[in-house]
Design a protein around this ligand. Structure first.
Ligand SMILES: Nc1nc2c(ncn2[C@@H]2O[C@H](COP(=O)(O)OP(=O)(O)OP(=O)(O)O)[C@@H](O)[C@H]2O)c(=O)[nH]1
Ligand SMILES: [Mg+2]
Length: 305
């Protein structure tokens, strides 16, 4: 394999968050003296700025306080190791995905407007194609003008089959036809692009529930996965969205998009804790290759390197 390694790409994506964390951690560790309350305050502020969320910050601080003697004698590496382990632990709770257990494997991609749903679908289609799978891209965003055209362009670029309905058609009807086509042609997977919606719009959230029922009638167990895409640049605001989507749409996995453009990468810790749903992928750029399968170890390493 050529190009930067998996870990390098995680590190690159987390660059801005890491800068925040490491500035304070390094300053403190350079002092080589017992930790004082003001030192711990500085670390706490850095963790809060990186958007880890208060429960995770408090747990990490408790551990740091308990182990401040060790950190004093062992220096900056011990400090980073303690924090890294805390972050890794809070992210590692994720159960294994059982992708492609049936055919077609049906994945809904949901989230508020502009978070990166359609781009994520394109990246996934590309990844799966490289694994030898055929994925139908189903344009169930019939609401926004040009949404289906946007997905069709990605279908062409990734060499994936594509299904759409008329503009303004009922998304559930488009979905039904798309799933029938995928079934009869024996495709491995269907990625369903849904219209961006605010988590506060009850009728639009109900529409997702209806689509899920319709999918289940066409393909047993579908949707097998419902991925909620969160824009990492909005930080902890994603928590509120996440809660509503999880309630209304039965979210089973998260995609943290735009991690490359934010200093709030710690939000990964906050959303996993809050929603109890694992992060499946992170987006680290706009290109087709810029989607990484989530890895708690690599993530913690990328944050505190
Ligand atoms: N830097 C960066 N940009 C991204 C990433 N993922 C998506 N984008 C950009 O975010 C913008 C919106 O992406 P879309 O995929 O169209 O978002 P969407 O959720 O489908 O939007 P709607 O369908 O309008 O709700 C585009 O300009 C993408 O290139 C990422 O991981 N990193
Ligand atoms: Mg879209």
């Amino acid at each position: 394999m050529s190009g930067p390694s998996f870990l390098d790409r995680f590190r690159k994506g987390l660059e801005r968050t890491r800068d925040i964390l490491n500035a304070d951690v390094m300053d403190l560790a350079r002092g080589q003296r017992p930790l004082e309350p003001k030192d711990l305050d500085a670390v706490e502020e850095a963790l809060i700025a990186a958007d880890l969320g208060m429960p995770a910050v408090q747990e990490a601080m408790d551990v740091l306080r308990r182990r401040s003697g060790q950190i004093w004698t062992e220096g900056p590496e011990a400090m980073r190791a303690v924090l890294k382990e805390e972050i890794r632990k809070s992210l590692a709770a994720a159960p294994e995905a059982r992708s492609f257990a049936t055919r077609p494997w049906v994945v809904f991609v949901v989230g508020v407007n502009g978070v990166g749903k359609t781009t994520t679908i394109a990246k996934l289609a590309q990844t799966w194609k490289a694994e030898g799978r055929t994925t139908l891209l189903c344009a169930a965003d019939t609401f926004r003008a040009a949404a289906a055209e946007q997905l069709e362009i990605w279908a062409r670029r990734t060499g994936s089959p594509f299904h759409r309905g008329a503009e303004g058609a009922d998304p559930s009807a488009v979905l039904t036809d798309g799933l029938r086509a995928a079934r009869s042609r024996g495709y491995d997977a269907v990625l369903v692009d849904t219209a961006g919606r605010l988590h506060t719009k009850g009728n639009l959230m109900n529409e997702l529930a209806k689509m899920a029922r319709v999918a289940g009638r066409e393909v047993p167990g579908a949707p097998h996965e419902t991925l909620l895409v969160l824009d990492a640049t909005v930080g902890s605001n994603g928590l509120v969205q996440g809660r509503e989507f999880a309630r209304a749409a039965g979210v089973t996995g998260l995609v943290l998009a735009k991690l490359d453009g934010t200093a709030k990468g710690g939000v990964a810790v906050a959303v996993v804790r809050e929603l109890g749903v694992p992060i499946r992928y992170v987006g680290v750029g706009e290109a087709l290759g810029d989607l990484l399968p989530f890895d708690a170890e690599a993530f913690a390493e990328g944050l505190l390197g």
